[in-house]
Ligand binder design. Structure first.
Ligand code: FEO
Ligand code: CA
Ligand code: CA
Ligand code: CA
Length: 593
């Protein structure tokens, strides 16, 4: 471009400073509005939201709690679209601020508040603003912790799981398939089970590896008092029916959602898809816990863009891999190296001695342990950048790095700096507290290959802390960023990052960063979410007119160091409501500009 003229796709938005406000804070020239909030009636017969008159029946027809992954899919009329999101978990303290509900009613409302929602949207005028649309109401749908799912792939024939699994909960991030279905990752499923007495010993090795209780346990939600399958003394196999990637077809509200067993059983952050050089499907999936692994699935069959339904079984046949990262040494001044995708099983043949195909898929963590992959710092969202072809991996943090987990070149930080209040000093702590964004380049830019190159693109934190690194960019010019969680891309391939658990004394938010050109590494804060919330999504619409942000758990703080203005966002009631908002430029120009 001309000197002084911004490049195409330049991120010229003003910077949102770190803050503790109980609002969505956006750059100058932008506007924002709530699209859907907890309790909104979305199915026929749903009552209006009333915090004092909650019932399980009402909640099953209303927008669920704690929206996390957010996708918007097109309808034929470009002014209409379908919002698809998941509802990760409930916070009973915030959900029941005044009403008196007995334990059984609370459990039933909680079960109905989990799962997923499909909500018809319409564009407001020609702007980037969207709102709920009564004319696409027929697509609206709720999936809860009780909805029947079909288990597909090799595990459906295994007696531990079978062909049907009830409900989805603990869903975190997700992805969209090229055939227009939505994938969602069942993450912290282990916390939903009670144990009334003991668990049969044959389950112990597996349960322990996943943090599923084996001794007498009363979970916080106590769902077993209304549904006995949540008591692992009675039905230990119920634990094996969760921890999967689920697939939902939002265009057919009567379709049965699927649990795709070929993608393995983990604490799945999500799954995102790309197409290999020869037209097959690859799915990346992270296992979000300290010291867990990064996985990839590659399909046997090819994607058919002309016949939507032909693609519906693609995720059931293929090979599941786990990643090993090897550093090339520190002398080049970069944390980088090569890597290998190690095959664990195909749908026909297990590559792990002593474990069947179903064993590998049900106990994927145990199978992976045997091939010695790299223990990562909480691998969360993983997604291929459609513009440069590189794959971006959010590694949120790991307070145990340097202690329980030895450092290596891909996980190099054993001491890092945090801030305990907005203007407090930097304090050194053990472990990797602020996380990384890793950039992975598949050999030959082909997701079917088993070799790759990698580099740590960002070592997050306050830029004045010596351990941080921003792709080589001038650290005096970047925003502080802490605990990257989800990644997204705009139409120019700029990376958008949302954060979860910021330890720099300010609210979580959404950040932009170019990945190419002279501005590579120039991290800027685009938005901050209200007090106590985590920034989820984010989603940049295909026309680059809208940023969707899921505001999860506003008002939830368990950190004693937080001075505590209780959130009331979005300020419709005297208590907080998780909600999805859209952000657009007042002049309708591209978001990020
Ligand atoms: Fe639900 Fe991985 O955070
Ligand atoms: Ca997440
Ligand atoms: Ca190096
Ligand atoms: Ca997270």
């Amino acid at each position: 471009g001309w000197p002084g003229r911004p490049e195409r796709g330049a991120l010229t938005h003003s910077v949102v400073p770190p803050n503790r406000r109980d609002d969505i804070v956006i750059p100058r020239g932008y506007e924002q509005a709530v699209v859907a909030a907890w309790g909104d009636p979305i199915l026929p017969g749903a009552p209006r939201f009333d915090v004092n008159k909650q019932t399980p029946e009402a909640q099953a027809k209303q927008f669920g709690y704690n929206n996390d992954y957010t996708m918007v899919l097109p309808l034929r009329d470009e002014r209409k679209a379908l919002l698809v999101c998941n509802h990760e978990y409930t916070d009973e303290v915030l959900m029941f601020p005044t009403g008196k509900y007995d334990a059984k009613t609370r459990a039933k409302i909680g079960m109905a508040a989990h799962g997923m929602s499909v909500v018809g949207l319409e564009r407001v005028g020609r702007s980037g603003r969207w709102r709920q649309d009564k004319w696409s109401f027929r697509y609206n749908r709720r999936i809860t912790a009780s909805t029947p799912f079909e288990v597909t792939g090799p595990v459906a024939a295994d007696p531990r799981v079978g062909k049907v699994a009830l409900g989805t909960f603990g869903n975190c991030a997700g992805g969209v398939t090229p055939w227009g279905t939505v994938l969602s990752g069942e993450e912290n499923f282990q916390g939903y089970f009670d144990v009334s007495d003991t668990v049969a010993p044959e389950h112990h090795a597996s349960f322990k590896r996943y943090g599923v209780p084996t001794t007498k346990t009363k979970s916080a939600r106590e769902w077993s008092i209304v549904d006995a399958r949540f008591d692992l003394t009675k039905t230990p196999n119920e634990a094996y029916r969760h921890g999967w990637i689920v697939e939902v077809d939002p265009y057919d509200p009567h379709s049965k959602p699927k649990k795709r067993s070929m993608l393995g059983r983990l604490k799945h952050e999500g799954a995102t898809i790309t197409i290999t050089a020869d037209g097959r499907i690859a799915a990346y999936t992270g296992d979000d816990e300290r010291g867990e692994y990064v996985y990839k699935f590659v399909s046997t069959g090819k994607y058919d863009p002309k016949d939507r339904k032909k693609n519906f079984g693609l995720l059931d046949h293929g090979t599941l891999y786990v990643a090993k990262f090897t550093g090339d040494g520190a002398s080049d001044g970069l944390y980088d190296g090569t890597g290998e995708w190690i095959p664990l099983t195909s749908d026909k043949e297990s590559f792990v001695p002593g474990m069947s195909v179903a064993d590998v898929l049900i106990n994927t963590r145990l199978a992976a342990d045997s091939v010695k992959p790299t223990r990562m710092d909480r691998p969360e969202d993983i997604e291929r950048n459609p513009v440069n072809g590189r794959v971006y991996v959010a590694l949120t943090n790991n307070s145990d790095r340097g202690n329980k987990f030895a450092v290596d070149e891909a996980n190099p930080i054993a001491k890092s700096h945090v801030r305990e209040s907005l203007n407090g000093p930097l304090v050194e702590k053990s472990g990797n507290r602020n996380g990384y964004v890793l950039e992975l380049t598949e050999e030959g830019d082909d997701a079917a290959k088993t070799g790759f190159f990698w580099t740590l693109f960002l070592v997050c934190g306050d830029p004045s802390a010596q351990e941080t690194y921003f792709g080589g960019y001038d650290k005096s010019k970047v925003s502080p960023i802490s605990c990257p969680d989800n990644v997204a891309f705009d139409g120019h391939g700029n990376l958008w990052i949302s954060t979860d658990g910021n330890v720099l004394g300010s609210n979580d938010g959404i950040f932009t960063v170019p990945v190419a050109g002279p501005e590579r590494g120039h991290v800027k804060q685009f938005l901050s979410v209200p007090f106590g919330a985590e920034a989820c999504g984010p989603l940049i619409s295909d026309d680059d007119k809208t940023v969707f942000v899921a505001v999860q758990h506003p008002g939830e703080t368990d950190d004693a160091t937080f001075e505590r203005p209780t959130s009331t966002w979005p300020h419709t009631h005297p208590f907080p409501r998780p909600a999805i908002s859209c952000v657009w430029r007042r002049d309708n120009a591209r978001v990020g500009s």
